[in-house]
Design a protein around this ligand. Structure first.
Ligand code: PGA
Length: 261
């Protein structure tokens, strides 16, 4: 809907070191105009978060962590907690398909992380989506229902206000440099978004389903921004590969802004 705030997230995954991330931020801040109608969120490597949090203009960009452990502190060698990320990030990706499939995160891990983020004042971006196999066997809706039930089991309707859902069909996520973007038809995305809101309504009631923010992600490029943002019920985009270049990412942000005018 025109006029609604849009969320544009750049997920840099395991790319850019601290120095490169800082240079990127410098370049992007020169390109992006302050726009209240578009919330731009950057998800760099955890290593760069501290540096970027000191460098960033918080009115221009927000920061997100790509992953964290759900316990607040303790003997968990190598982990970073949401408590430690307080004040550094405003958002956290939770249950990204790469975490689920490469690092075997379960729905239980995901729901603990959603709760940990909220407990620590960080807005979780819960990523859900079906694999190629589930898609071709017609299981998309069931997978979305299961992942929503699993991911949101520990929170109250009041807390749901903090949650953003990102629908990312696993088969549409570009696996890395050189892989061809996959175009998912807007009608398929629209169906999935309807299913998501239906299940939120079932779990938390109609007004929660109407107000929750739902984003789309998977091979988004500047040329596909408008078609995805035109889908009824889509409030923004989660962008991977195309966010790694500041000029391209700025084009995506500009298009999101133009959509709102
Ligand atoms: P992609 O990644 O835009 O490169 O497909 C999206 C994501 O994984 O969040």
């Amino acid at each position: 809907m025109a006029g609604d705030k849009k969320f544009i997230i750049g997920n840099w995954k395991m790319n850019l070191n601290i120095h490169e991330a800082s240079l990127y931020l410098h370049k992007l801040s020169g390109l992006v105009k302050n726009r209240r109608d578009v919330e731009v969120i950057l998800a760099p490597t955890t290593l760069a978060l501290q540096t970027l949090s000191l460098q960033v203009n918080p009115r221009q960009f927000k920061l997100a962590v790509q992953n964290f452990y759900w316990r607040d502190q303790g003997p968990y060698t190598g982990e970073v907690s949401a408590t430690q990320l307080r004040g550094v990030v405003q958002y956290a990706l939770v249950g990204h398909s790469e975490r689920r499939h490469i690092f075997h995160e379960t729905d239980k891990d995901v729901r603990n992380k959603v709760a940990a983020a909220i407990r620590n004042g960080i807005r979780p971006i819960l990523c859900i989506g079906e694999t190629a196999w589930e898609h071709s066997s017609g299981e998309t809706q069931d997978v979305l229902y299961d992942q929503l039930n699993g991911g949101l089991a520990n929170i109250t309707s009041d807390e749901l206000d903090q949650v953003i859902i990102a629908y990312e069909p696993v088969w549409a996520i570009s696996a890395g440099q050189g892989s061809e973007p996959v175009d998912v038809s807007p009608s398929e995305v629209a169906e999935a978004v309807k299913a998501i809101r239906r299940q939120i309504s079932h779990l938390f009631g109609k007004s929660a389903a109407d107000s929750i923010k739902v984003l789309y992600g998977g091979s988004v490029t500047p040329s596909s921004v408008a078609e995805y943002l035109n889908i009824d019920g889509i409030n923004g985009l989660l962008v991977g590969a195309a966010s790694l270049n500041a000029i391209t990412f700025n084009e995506i942000i500009k298009k999101a802004h133009d959509k709102n005018r």
